[in-house]
Ligand binder design. Structure first.
Ligand SMILES: Cc1cc2nc3c(=O)[nH]c(=O)nc-3n(C[C@H](O)[C@H](O)[C@H](O)COP(=O)(O)OP(=O)(O)OC[C@H]3O[C@@H](n4cnc5c(N)ncnc54)[C@H](O)[C@@H]3O)c2cc1C
Length: 311
C-alpha cells in the first residue's frame, strides 16, 4: 500500500464571494478544487440581510442565499467544499503545505480568499458583553432587539445598511459617528436620514460599554468638546471597518503597508503559484462583485500556472 500523500491541484482558503467564485472557475477548468470554508461559509456577505448591488438580482438577494447559490454553482462543476480552517501555511517549496484542524493538505497551487473580520472598538466592556448586547452582525442578532433601543457605531455603508435593517425590530436606532458627516453612499444616507427611527450622535466616540450581565448603556464622548454622557441602550452594533485575516501569511508573502497581501493584476502574490483575491488583497473596494471578480481572475491564473508547471 502506498503512503504517498494526495496532492491537490488547487486548494482554496475561504468560502466567501472570492473563494467560491475562484472555486467555480477552477472547477469549470476541471481542476477539482478543494475549498476550506473557515468558520463563516458564505463569508461576510452572509452576515447581511440583503445585497442590493450584486448584478443579476434586480430585487436584491439575501446575503446567506447568495453564498448558498455561489456554493451550489461551484459544486455543480465538481468543487469540493469542506468545513475546515487553515491554521498554518508553508509556501517555501512545491508542493505547498497547509495545516488545518483536520490534518495537512498538500497542493500545487493555492488561492487565498480568507477575507476580513470586523474591527472591534477595544473599549472596556466590549469583550465581556459580546453576545450580551454587543454584536457585529445585525442579520444574526437584530431579532433579539425587537421593541428595544440600540446604538450603531460607524458611518460607512455597512453601518448605515445595518442601522436601516435594525429599524425592522428596534424602536430607536442611534448612530454614533466620530465625524460630523457620513462616509456612506448618497442613497443610503438619504434612506437613513429619512427614517424616523434613526437618530444621530455626531462627532462622538464610544468610550465604554456598560452593564452587568447585559448592555444597559454606553459612555459616549464628544471628540470636539470632550463632554461625556451616559446613553441608555439595550444593544451596541459595531460597524467600524474590517481588518484582513492575513496573520497566517506573515513571513511567507509580501504585504502592503496596510496589511493586505500584495498581488499583481493576475492575483499572483510574491510566491509563484500562490494567488490571493477578495478582501485579503483589496483594501479599497470591499464589495461582493469585486471580490468575485478577483476570485475568477485568481482561478484562471492558477489554471495557467498549473499548465506551465505540468508542462
Ligand atoms: C454587514 C456587512 C454588509 C455588507 N453589505 C454589502 C453589500 O450590500 N454589497 C456588497 O457588495 N458588499 C457588502 N459587504 C462587503 C462584502 O460582504 C465583502 O466585500 C465580501 O464578502 C468579501 O469577500 P471575500 O470572499 O473576499 O471575503 P469574506 O467574505 O470575508 O470571506 C472570507 C472567507 O474566508 C474564510 N476564512 C477565514 N479564515 C480562514 C482560514 N484560516 N481558513 C479557511 N477559511 C478561512 C471565512 O470563513 C470566509 O468563508 C458587506 C459586509 C458586511 C460585513
Amino acid at each position: 500500500m502506498s503512503n504517498e500523500q494526495n496532492i491537490e491541484s488547487v486548494l482554496i482558503l475561504g468560502a466567501g464571494p472570492a473563494g467560491l467564485s475562484a472555486a467555480l472557475y477552477a472547477a469549470r477548468g476541471e481542476l477539482n478544487p478543494l475549498v476550506l470554508t473557515g468558520m463563516q461559509p458564505g463569508g461576510q456577505a452572509a452576515l447581511t440581510f440583503t445585497i442590493e448591488n450584486y448584478p443579476g438580482f434586480p430585487e436584491g438577494v439575501g446575503g446567506t442565499e447568495l453564498g448558498d447559490l455561489f456554493q451550489k454553482q461551484a459544486e455543480r462543476f465538481g468543487a469540493r467544499v469542506e468545513f475546515d480552517s487553515a491554521v498554518s501555511v508553508d509556501f517555501s517549496a512545491q508542493p505547498f503545505r497547509v495545516k488545518t484542524y483536520n490534518g495537512e493538505i498538500l497542493a500545487k497551487s493555492i488561492i487565498i480568499a480568507t477575507g476580513a473580520s470586523s474591527v472591534h472598538l477595544n473599549v472596556p466592556g466590549e469583550t465581556e458583553l459580546t453576545g450580551r448586547g454587543v454584536s457585529y452582525c445585525a442579520t444574526c442578532d437584530g431579532w433579539f432587539f425587537k421593541d428595544r433601543e440600540v446604538i450603531v457605531v460607524g458611518g460607512g455603508d455597512s453601518a448605515l445598511e445595518e442601522a436601516i435593517f435594525l429599524t425592522r425590530y428596534a424602536t430607536k436606532v442611534t448612530i454614533v459617528h466620530r465625524r460630523d458627516e457620513l462616509r456612506a453612499g448618497a442613497i443610503l444616507q438619504n434612506r437613513a436620514r429619512e427614517n424616523a427611527k434613526i437618530h444621530f450622535i455626531w462627532d462622538s466616540v464610544v468610550k465604554e460599554i456598560r452593564g452587568e450581565d447585559k448592555v444597559t448603556s454606553v459612555l459616549v464622548e464628544n471628540v470636539k468638546t470632550g463632554e461625556q454622557s451616559d446613553v441608555l441602550t439595550d444593544g451596541v452594533f459595531v460597524f467600524i471597518g474590517h481588518t484582513p485575516n492575513n496573520e497566517m501569511y506573515k513571513g511567507q508573502l509580501e504585504f502592503d503597508e496596510r496589511g493586505y497581501l500584495r498581488v499583481d493584476s493576475h492575483m499572483q502574490t510574491s510566491v509563484e503559484g500562490v494567488f490571493a483575491c477578495g478582501e485579503a488583497a483589496d483594501g479599497d473596494y470591499k464589495q461582493v462583485v469585486i471580490s468575485a471578480g478577483m476570485g475568477a481572475t485568481a482561478a484562471i491564473a492558477a489554471t495557467r500556472y498549473l499548465e506551465k508547471l505540468e508542462g
